[in-house]
Design a protein around this ligand. Structure first.
Ligand SMILES: Nc1ncnc2c1ncn2[C@@H]1O[C@H](COP(=O)(O)OP(=O)(O)OP(=O)(O)O)[C@@H](O)[C@H]1O
Ligand SMILES: [Mg+2]
Length: 226
């Protein structure tokens, strides 16, 4: 079943007198449970594309549909709710809150959703165990390695049970071994729980984990769209 559909999407930035076509007519379908790697050179539009899929940003032209809902028709509150309920994000820089412990970081999205203290603590612990951090729950980000911080970020992204997990260079700051651990966690989520996985990377070793590779160049998909 089609979960994500992009129809002729453009993202045009105006910088001074110049127009930058970050996305130049992109059409794309991703089915539920797929695992997709988005590859392309620096500046080709990978992050812009991921942000469109995740409804973090609106296209200049074209449509983004999530579960057949045309997101251009949604108001800000509805869009926020759709993101919170369906989509998880993982970034290269982890984006954890430095003053909070691993456990508190993972609890945060559940606070926004209004879950009670007991329930969210229980679920946060469960998720941290799942990513192998049962002994590091009370540490702050600076007291964790890069790979461990990224595992906290994965647990946090899973807090609200997203159907779609969007990852922008999730292993970009990690050594090979830590990167492999992260990729194994992500691949397992896809295989065992059917989470749809879209990973931006320029590392061919990472793209090997995905079933389908989409190549993008100058804001256009040159391979892998269907
Ligand atoms: N806010 C912005 N304002 C103006 N131009 C932007 C903005 N964001 C991105 N761009 C431009 O859009 C194009 C695509 O950027 P994008 O970040 O999507 O590339 P990328 O493929 O993710 O690159 P990288 O591999 O370096 O992360 C680039 O030319 C970039 O300079
Ligand atoms: Mg990028």
């Amino acid at each position: 079943m089609e979960e994500v559909v992009l129809e002729d999407v453009y993202k045009i930035y105006t910088v001074g007198m110049q127009k930058v076509y970050a996305l130049n007519g992109v059409s794309l379908k991703v089915d539920k449970g797929e695992s997709v790697a988005i590859m392309g050179p620096s500046g080709s539009g990978k992050s812009t594309l991921l942000n469109m899929i995740g409804c973090l940003d609106k296209p200049t032209r074209g449509r983004v549909l999530i579960d057949r809902v045309d997101t251009s028709q949604l108001g800000d509150d509805e869009l926020t709710r759709l993101r919170r309920e369906k989509i998880g994000f993982i970034f290269q820089q982890y984006n954890l809150i430095p003053t909070l412990t691993a456990l508190e970081n993972v609890e945060l999205p559940m606070i926004f959703r209004g879950l009670n203290v007991r329930k969210r603590e229980e679920r946060a612990k469960e998720l941290l165990e799942k990513v192998g951090l049962e002994r590091e729950m009370d540490r702050k980000p600076t007291e964790l390695s890069g790979g461990q911080q990224q595992r906290v970020a994965i647990a946090r992204a899973l807090a609200n049970n997203p159907a779609i997990l969007l990852c922008d260079e999730p292993t970009g700051n990690l050594d090979t071994k830590s990167g492999e651990i992260i990729m194994e966690i992500l691949t397992n989520l896809n295989k065992e729980e059917g989470v749809t996985l879209v990973i931006v990377t320029h590392d061919p070793a990472i793209s090997g984990y995905a079933k389908r590779i989409i190549r993008i160049r100058d804001g256009k998909i040159v391979e892998g769209d269907t």
